[in-house]
Design a protein around this ligand. Structure first.
Ligand code: HSE
Length: 429
């Protein structure tokens, strides 16, 4: 690789702008560590005049990012627009076809088009790096690809969305509303650009799970969505009840191979307050890898925000500058096989149920009878009465049971006039 490296940054939102400043201020450090002299030769964003934390050099500004690639003499581009398709995909595709290395924190793009883009990168003998797409500043992808290269990984799970973890922690700590806490998360640059829904509905964490699965199990990216639920319907009442039970609600992402079938899921989980994962709070992410011979290995760090994300982007840059073309997903796209998906109907777990009822004789036994009919065993049960309204919250934690049976039990309770609202179901980890 030549000594002078020309770089472009496309997308100057909170992440792109922070990264640009890092590139400018860390030039010397990069040269010391890699022997390469970098120069930012082009930048692009929707609006050159937007108020930004760090000033931009308008002399190298391009309105159309595709013109940057067409201008030639470019070695590396950062794509920080963040869309799963559209201009993000066009920019990355065109860059790879023009033999330009690509670095991106865009998990939506990689989770959707990673197989195709890695094929393009391999064919054109350039790198496609996306360390920042999973768990912000935590070097989890490089750890799987390099540090744990010969391990047989069976499961990866953890807290993969900083925005959701921050919201759940802050709600518990400050008793503030969901909306207020979300606003704080957005101002800190944690949420996905333009659309926090992608964080809240589990989509962001699911995209990360997909990337982790492909790397951990050396498989093609799955197209099937096994189970994806976000935190939008988490009620403060459940956070409070969980606290009384020494539990805490976390949005957890899990990928595992069960008899060679892939089971990917993202959903809120009740975790023990004294457990490791129960103490990963705020914007922190944590990823737990189960493998052989490594055993269980845990990495924790800030999972969102311009600083941690830029740290991962810079590590990708240095990896490229140090040389060698690497397979984006650890092994060649030709060797990564499609994977069969686990049947969700087989899934058994311990479940938390909250059922709002009229406080009348016989109501509890109507519920437990339905559970008994399906051989669902109760592990814990509490009733919290509201004497003023003459209602009660019945909270049941089941022993490990088929979720399908519990769902059918809840369905049969729907016609019961003593039950006031749709019951809440939260899985235990
Ligand atoms: N919006 C993401 C999160 C950050 O909250 O974790 C980048 O992945």
């Amino acid at each position: 690789m030549k000594k002078n490296i020309n770089i472009a940054v496309i997308g100057l939102g909170q992440i792109g702008n922070y990264l640009l400043n890092e590139l400018i201020t860390k030039k010397r450090d990069i040269e010391l560590k890699t022997g390469k002299r970098i120069r930012v030769v082009a930048i692009s964003a929707k609006n050159p005049n937007k108020k930004r934390k760090f000033k931009i050099n308008k002399n190298i500004f391009y309105k159309n990012p595709l013109d940057i690639i067409k201008r030639g003499s470019l070695d590396v581009i950062f794509e920080a627009i963040g869309k799963s398709d559209g201009i993000s995909k066009k920019v990355v595709e065109l860059a790879l076809k023009n033999k330009i290395h690509v670095i991106t924190p865009n998990k939506a793009l990689i989770a959707k088009h990673g197989d195709y883009l890695s094929m393009l990168a391999e064919k054109n003998k350039v790198n496609l790096e996306f360390e920042a797409s999973v768990a912000g500043g935590i070097p989890i992808l490089r750890t799987i690809k390099e540090g744990l290269a010969t391990n047989k990984i069976t499961k990866v799970h953890g807290i993969l969305n900083g925005t959701c973890n921050y919201i759940l922690s802050e709600m518990e700590l400050t008793k503030d509303t969901f909306t207020n806490v979300l606003k704080k998360a957005q101002s800190l640059g944690y949420a996905e650009p333009g659309n926090p829904k992608l964080d809240l509905n589990g989509y962001d964490a699911f995209a990360k799970v997909r990337i982790l699965s492909s790397l951990a199990f050396n498989k093609k990216i799955s197209k099937v969505k096994c189970l994806m639920e976000g935190i939008e319907n988490i009620d403060f009442k459940d956070i409070e009840i969980a606290e009384k039970l020494n539990l805490r609600i976390k949005l957890v992402g899990i990928t595992e191979l069960i008899k060679n079938q892939l089971f990917e899921r993202v959903h809120p989980c009740l975790v023990n307050k004294d457990s490791y994962i129960g103490n990963v709070n705020g914007v922190m992410n944590a990823v737990i890898i189960h493998g052989y011979p490594i055993g269980e290995s845990i990495l924790q760090g800030e999972g969102a925000g311009p600083g941690p994300t830029s740290s991962a982007l810079m590590s990708d840059l240095l990896s490229i500058l140090r040389g060698n073309i690497k397979y984006p997903f650890g092994i060649s796209y030709k060797k990564r096989k499609a994977v069969n998906v686990y049947n969700l109907n087989k899934y058994s777990n311990s479940l938390y149920l909250r059922i709002e009822v009229k406080d009348r004789p016989g109501v509890l036994s109507q519920i437990t009878k339905q559970l008994a009919n399906r051989k669902i065993s109760v592990a814990r049960l509490i009733q919290i009465p509201d004497n003023r309204k003459k209602t009660a919250s019945i909270v049941i934690i089941t022993h490990k049971t088929k979720e399908q049976d519990v769902q059918s039990c809840l369905k049969s309770l729907r016609s019961n006039k003593n039950i006031l609202k749709n019951p809440i179901l939260i899985r235990l980890l």
